[in-house]
Design a protein around this ligand. Structure first.
Ligand code: PMP
Length: 378
């Protein structure tokens, strides 16, 4: 077995010690089913890579995946569940194109980190961009309290990113107004905890963090917002077309959607639902906090304590040399994916659904041991 680390009573594989920010770790039981499906999907006699998207089997895959997401989130019946391509980055453009009908139409955006800064790039092509709050000058270390914001009641919509993957900031409350369509990029915390879906008009999240491999993006779109979406746009960018085709307008990423289905089954049957998933994330966070909060001058967490994410922890160590040493030693010990985003450097730990408590315990031991070694260095 390549790259495995022995942990009290068991062996963790390289896949389990993958703390990458995405694509990230997937549960071992799902990987085993995927391995089998690459050769032959049970009952189908064909590889998942060779099964047509026009088979009844694939229609059922899409429908069950959508139904599982509905149930996991307790989604009201007026939401459409779509599986689209183009990643979350396509939604950055597809959403303003669909909803800003005239150049005078305005949209409110929060800029709270690297990804929300990217989310505004296309908006002005279609209407007026209003950045309601921008954390750039503070180095994206904190999030605005929802009560401090003054969203525009006449905005076409309000957009924010629930978890900033690069900086490790996560909202613990829902900003915006309930009488203005609220749109959220949940790419890095979707299906990690229950949400109050009723307060959103559109939610999107690519799969490659908590839901499966890259290639598919989940869009939850409420019917009253769909009614406002333009139709005079290129067909592949028309939300109506995708709703009408129930996510099989052209050839979708069959493999990615199949793995996503397996993840939703895993969340339902093995984890037991999103409340249980959230409880596991809390435990992971506590186990790591006991390391970091003990030595804040060593583990220099980027996020202000009130904005700290349960999904990603970005940090610096006292010197760049120590960071390089840390990454080298971590790799030698079997861990991967710990380097910070190319825009900020340093170290980042990502703790998505597929990362187990056992893996986090293993990492916490390694962190303590690394810190102790530094303490005793000559
Ligand atoms: N939003 C967030 C919060 C992200 O973390 C990322 C990528 N990591 C994106 C959007 C962009 O996603 P994609 O690569 O699927 O376009």
């Amino acid at each position: 077995m390549a790259n495995s680390t022995v942990l009290a009573g068991g062996v963790l594989t390289g896949n389990e010690l993958n703390f990458s920010a995405g694509p990230g770790a997937l549960p071992r039981t799902v990987l085993e089913q995927v391995q089998q499906a690459i050769v032959e999907v049970p009952g189908q006699g064909l590889s998942v890579l060779g099964l047509s998207h026009r088979t009844p089997w694939f229609r059922d895959v899409v429908d069950e995946a959508a139904e599982n997401i509905r149930r996991l989130l307790d989604l009201p019946s007026d939401f459409h569940v779509l599986f689209l391509q183009g990643g979350s980055s396509l939604q950055f453009g597809m959403i303003p194109q669909a909803l800003l009908q005239t150049p005078q139409d305005r949209a409110d955006y929060l800029v709270t980190g690297y990804w929300s800064a990217r989310s505004i790039e296309d908006v002005s092509r279609f209407g007026r961009l209003n950045v309601l709050w921008n954390g750039a000058s503070q180095g994206y270390r904190m999030l605005p309290p929802a009560a401090s914001l003054q969203p525009d009641p006449r905005a076409a919509y309000f957009h924010y990113v629930s978890n900033e993957t690069v900086e490790g900031l996560q909202f613990s409350e829902i900003p915006g107004r309930d009488d203005v369509p609220r749109i959220c990029d949940m790419s890095s915390d979707f299906l990690s905890a229950p949400i109050d879906a009723r307060r959103f008009s559109l939610i999107y999240a690519h799969a490659q963090k908590n839901l499966g491999p890259a290639g598919v993006t989940v869009v939850l779109l409420r019917d009253d917002l769909l009614a406002r979406c333009r139709r005079d746009v290129p067909t592949m960018l028309d939300f109506h077309r995708h709703v009408e085709a129930r996510s099989i307008y052209n050839t979708p990423p069959v493999f990615a959607i199949y793995v996503l289905l397996l993840i939703t089954r895993w969340l339902r049957d093995e984890v037991g639902g999103l409340a249980e998933m959230a409880a596991i994330h809390q435990q992971k966070s506590q186990r790591l906090a006991s390391v970091f909060d003990n030595r804040p001058e060593f583990w220099r967490l980027h996020a202000a304590p009130t904005a700290r994410s349960l999904m990603n922890l970005a940090m610096r160590l006292p010197t760049p040399e120590l960071e390089s040493q840390f990454l080298r030693d971590a790799q030698a010990a079997g861990f991967s994916g710990l380097e910070g985003h190319r825009s900020v450097g340093g170290v980042r730990l990502s703790l998505y659904n597929g990362v187990t408590l056992a893996a986090v315990d293993c990492l916490a031991d390694f962190l303590r041991e690394f810190e102790a070694r530094w303490d005793t260095a000559p």
